[in-house]
Write a protein that binds this ligand. Structure first.
Ligand code: PEP
Ligand code: MG
Length: 555
């Protein structure tokens, strides 16, 4: 009898195939290579994988393996394993345990993006173990849907693409690397399916609908029919979206909005421009601070920002100051335990304790600007009021004095705290641009913890309260004498319904993951600017996010 399991939609597409249950072995008894030899061999494998992807024009995926190649010879990881070997443990078990320990520190960060890196560390450790014990890489022998707790990126790309029909994971999130890769490689995927491994153990066939976040074990005729309908609908949507990828982001009557990309690593920028980005609307710099013992040096940071500015050419690049602390603590920047980390010492609030962190980062951004001759846009996260903006302006002023030949940067803030919405008129007079972080703004406005699955249903940015807040910010920006642009860089910008409403509300720029460019452009092009404006006005009078989604879907 068929059994339906609900998970999270990670990569669209429908597939039916035999399950291939994957349980990575992270320990082993044999001894093939020494720890150091195995680590170097693993690092070489990963460099090769990165090179292969780069040759295929997949620079952003290649960056994942470049980072893993470095991780494989990371002193902390190998040092931990070597210490266990010195204590008498065999190299394979020691490596497995060291990988677990480092992965656990990532998982403890309680941040979806950073804790997803735990899977990368486990993957690197498992690869080193394979070299230690001389084991073969996992491989498929028939067309299969891979069923696993989590799937390392390197395993995903190494599996035979002709046999890999889909991915279903018990763990993972939409922002885990497995999900990001599945989307990039167009492999249907569902993640976050509780109890999946145990239930799938006896199944002979598995069906997944990656657009709906559905897994069906041993699908019966009725389930197959409805999946076949979903296949046709998904295929039609994919074809329709791809026809829009190379067009500008504009309404049917030609009102243009800047189509920008969100990136987390410098290597993603070039790929974003190849996909049609007109700028980088959000460079989440905090990733460079994670998974290491000390902050990246000024020079390391400058090199990263330089590479993004070079990839951008004349296009704008918004570098966000590191959004660390609170829910994303770092071991080398200790913060006292907090009952409500989301309301605590996060982002620029960390400057009270660690001012050097930000002075170094702003100087690094200006050095990159000086080298490329391109102005950067510097954006502060978690700004609450005028005092925060004044602090950021002073930070930038001091850095400009230290790097006098850098082109003057544009200075902006993220609007993600309700007080910044209420005070948007004051803030807009002091800055060049505002970028609305709808992920946090929704969290704070609706009082729904963005990491708590129990209130995930309530976390919808098209809620009328969020729409009214955005309208207020746009009005405040328009009223300034100096001209202040308004962008949106939260996930709402990459959601076709959200994007259509945002254009109707009058924002100047939408910044999103490049995978959303096609569907967002199609949604915005479906209506004229006036139609979107009146749609947004009506949406603000409704009573719930569900009513708004119905309105936009039906209008
Ligand atoms: C946001 O809050 O919407 C945002 C873009 O920032 P982050 O998701 O990194 O907190
Ligand atoms: Mg945010």
């Amino acid at each position: 009898m068929s059994e339906r399991l609900a998970g999270l939609a990670a990569a669209p597409g429908v597939a039916i195939a035999a399950p291939w249950v994957y349980r990575p072995a992270v320990t082993g008894a044999g001894e093939g290579a020494s720890l150091e030899e195995a680590a170097s061999a693993a690092s070489r494998d990963l460099e090769l994988l990165a090179g292969r992807l780069r040759n295929d024009g997949r620079a952003d995926e290649a960056a994942i393996f470049d980072a893993q190649a470095l991780m494989a010879t990371d002193e902390e990881l190998i040092g931990l394993a070597a210490a266990r070997v010195a204590g008498g443990e065999d190299a394979a078990s020691a490596m497995g345990a060291a990988g677990e320990a480092v992965a656990a520190t990532f998982e403890a960060l309680d941040d979806e993006l950073l804790s997803a890196r735990a899977a990368d560390v486990r993957d690197v450790a498992a690869r080193i173990v394979r070299h230690v014990v001389g084991a073969d890489a996992p491989s498929l022998d028939r067309r299969s849907i891979v069923v696993a707790v989590d799937l390392a990126p390197s395993v995903t790309v190494e599996l035979d693409r002709d046999l890999l029909a889909g991915i279903a994971l018990e763990g993972g999130s939409r922002t885990s690397h497995a999900a990001i890769l599945a989307r990039a490689l167009a492999i249907p995927a569902v993640v976050g399916v509780p109890g999946l491994l145990e239930r799938a153990a006896t199944a002979t066939e598995v069906a997944i609908d990656g657009g709906a976040g559905l897994v069906v074990l041993d699908p019966d005729e009725a389930a197959r029919d409805s999946l076949a309908g979903a296949v046709q609908a998904a295929e039609a949507a994919r074809r329709a979206d791809s026809a829009y990828r190379d067009r500008p982001l504009a309404t049917s009557d030609g009102h243009r909005v800047l189509c920008a990309a969100n990136v987390a690593e410098p290597g993603e920028a070039a790929a974003a421009f190849a996909d049609g980005a007109e700028g980088i609307g959000l460079f989440r710099t905090e990733f460079a601070f994670a998974g290491r013992g000390t902050p990246p040096s000024e020079e390391e940071q400058a090199a990263a920002y330089e590479s993004v500015l070079r990839a951008a050419g004349d296009a704008p690049v918004v570098v966000r100051l590191a959004d660390i602390g609170g829910d994303k603590p770092l071991p080398y920047l200790p913060i006292d335990p907090e009952a409500n980390p989301f309301l605590g010492v996060r982002a620029i609030r960390l400057a009270d304790r660690y001012p050097e962190l930000f002075t170094t980062q702003v100087r690094a951004i200006l050095r990159a600007s000086e080298r490329t001759g391109r102005p950067a846009s510097i954006m502060a996260p978690m700004v609450a009021d005028v005092a925060d903006v004044a602090f950021v302006r002073e930070l930038v002023r001091e850095a400009c004095a230290a790097v006098p030949n850098a082109p003057a940067p544009r200075v902006g803030i993220m609007v993600e705290i309700p007080s910044a919405v209420m005070l948007a008129d004051q803030l807009a007079e002091m800055i060049d641009f505002m970028s609305i972080g709808t992920n946090d703004l929704t969290q704070y406005l609706l009082a729904v913890d963005r990491t708590n699955p129990a209130v995930a249903e309530r976390q919808d940015p098209v809620h009328p309260a969020v729409l009214r807040a955005i309208a207020r910010v746009v009005d405040a920006a328009r009223a300034t004498s100096r001209g202040c642009e308004v962008a949106v860089c939260g996930e709402m910008a990459g959601d076709p319904t959200g994007a259509a409403l945002l254009v109707g509300l009058g924002v100047d720029e939408l910044s999103m993951g490049p995978a959303s460019f096609g569907s967002v452009k199609r949604a915005v092009a479906a209506r004229s600017h006036d139609e979107l404006r009146s749609l947004a006005q009506r949406a603000m009078t409704l009573r719930s996010a569900a009513e708004v989604r119905t309105l936009v879907g039906e209008a």
